[in-house]
Design a protein around this ligand. Structure first.
Ligand code: 8YV
Length: 323
C-alpha cells in the first residue's frame, strides 16, 4: 500500500521530521515556491497535516485546500492556532501535545514569578553594568505572605499550585467551573480572584472564550502591590491596559512569557523597569520540546496505523473510535 501523504506546514524539530519521513510521504509547504499551485496539485492527496504555531493559523481557507485531510497534529498544548471547531465540522481530527510539558512550564512559571518579584534579571544587569561598586542593589518586593491567584487550574495550573505549596503561600483559582477535588479557594470571576490576590498567574487556554479575561478592571482589582504573570497566551491579557497599569502604578510589576503579536513586543513594555520579559520559552528545553515533537509524530503514526489518535482535542474527541 502506498504511504499516506503528510504535509508539514513549517519547519519542525528533527525528532518530528525524521519520524514522519521514515513512515510517510512527506511534503514541506514552506519549501514550495508557489504554495497555491502546490496545494492545487497535491492538496487532494494530503491525509495528515503537522503544524506548529510558527506556521500561523490553520483556518477554513487552508482546510478547503485539503479535502482529503483526516488529521491535524499540532505542536503545543495550546491549539488556538487551529480552527478545531471547523476541523471537527469537516470530520478532521485535531491533536495537541498535552501532559509532556506541564512540569517544564510550571518550573518556568515559578522562575518567572520569583524573577519578577525579586528583580533577578534587573539585579544581574546591575552587576554587569558595574553599578554594585557604586551602591547596593535596591531592595525588592517579596513572595512572602502573598496570596496567589491562578486563572486556569488545568494540568499546568495544578503543577504550579503544587510548587506554590512548597513556597508556603496561599493559593486560590478561577476557571470555567469549580474543580471537584481541588482544595484551593474558587472564585467565580477573574475580578473576584484578582481582588483576593497579590499575584495573578494566567494559565488558561487562549481563544475567544478567554480573550482579555485580564482587563483594566481586573488589574485595578489586583492593586498597586500586585504582580501579573502570564505564561499562557497574550490574548488573555489586554496588553495596552497592562502597559498603562504598569506605567501608572495600578499594579507593581509583570512577568510575561507571551504577547499579543509574537515575536513583536511593544517598545513601551520593554522600556518599563518593572517587567521581566521572556521570549515564549515556557516549554523551551531540549527534552520537553523533543517530547512534544515525538507526540506530534506519534499521533500521526497512531492514526494511520491503528485508527486511534493518542491525544485528540476536546472538539474532535468524538471523531476517534471508542477504545
Ligand atoms: C510552545 C506553547 O512554545 O504548548 C504551548 O501551547 O505555547 C508552547 O509550549 C509553542 O507551542 C511553540 O510553538
Amino acid at each position: 500500500m502506498s504511504q499516506p501523504e503528510i504535509l508539514i506546514a513549517a519547519p519542525m524539530l528533527p525528532v518530528v521530521m525524521d519520524a514522519l519521513a521514515a513512515r510517510f510521504r512527506v511534503h514541506h509547504l514552506w519549501e514550495q515556491p508557489d504554495k497555491a499551485a502546490f496545494l492545487d496539485e497535491t492538496g487532494l492527496r494530503i491525509r495528515g497535516l503537522a503544524v506548529s504555531t510558527l506556521f500561523g493559523r490553520v483556518d477554513a481557507a487552508l482546510l478547503d485546500r485539503l479535502p482529503g485531510l483526516e488529521i491535524i497534529a499540532s505542536f503545543g498544548v495550546g491549539y488556538d492556532n487551529v480552527d478545531a471547531a471547523g476541523a471537527a465540522a469537516r470530520g478532521v481530527i485535531v491533536t495537541n501535545t498535552p501532559g509532556v510539558l506541564d512540569e517544564e512550564v510550571a518550573d518556568l512559571t515559578l522562575g518567572l514569578l520569583l524573577a519578577t518579584l525579586r528583580q533577578i534579571p534587573q539585579a544581574d544587569r546591575y552587576l554587569r553594568e558595574g553599578r554594585w561598586t557604586e551602591r547596593s542593589f535596591p531592595l525588592s518586593a517579596t513572595l512572602r505572605g502573598r496570596r496567589v491567584g491562578i486563572i486556569g487550574l488545568g494540568r499546568i495550573g495544578k503543577a504550579v499550585a503544587r510548587r506554590l505549596a512548597a513556597f508556603d503561600v496561599e493559593v486560590a483559582y478561577h476557571g470555567r467551573s469549580r474543580q471537584p477535588g481541588a482544595h484551593y479557594a474558587f472564585h467565580a470571576t477573574a475580578i473576584e480572584l484578582a481582588a483576593a490576590s497579590d499575584v495573578l498567574i494566567v494559565l488558561a487556554p487562549g481563544g475567544p472564550a478567554t480573550s482579555h479575561i485580564v482587563d483594566a478592571a481586573v488589574l485595578a482589582a489586583l492593586g498597586p502591590g500586585g504582580v501579573l504573570v502570564n505564561v499562557s497566551r497574550g490574548s488573555l491579557v489586554d496588553q495596552p491596559a497592562l502597559i498603562a497599569a504598569l506605567q501608572t502604578g495600578v499594579i507593581l510589576a509583570a512577568g510575561l512569557d507571551v504577547y499579543d503579536d509574537e515575536p513583536r513586543v511593544p517598545a513601551a513594555l520593554i522600556a518599563l523597569p518593572n517587567t521581566v520579559l521572556l521570549p515564549h520559552i515556557g516549554s523551551g528545553s531540549f527534552a520537553t520540546r523533543n517530547a512534544m515533537g515525538s507526540l506530534v509524530a506519534d499521533n500521526l503514526i497512531a492514526w494511520f496505523e491503528t485508527g486511534r489518535p493518542l491525544t485528540p482535542v476536546a472538539e474532535t474527541a468524538h471523531l476517534s473510535p471508542a477504545s
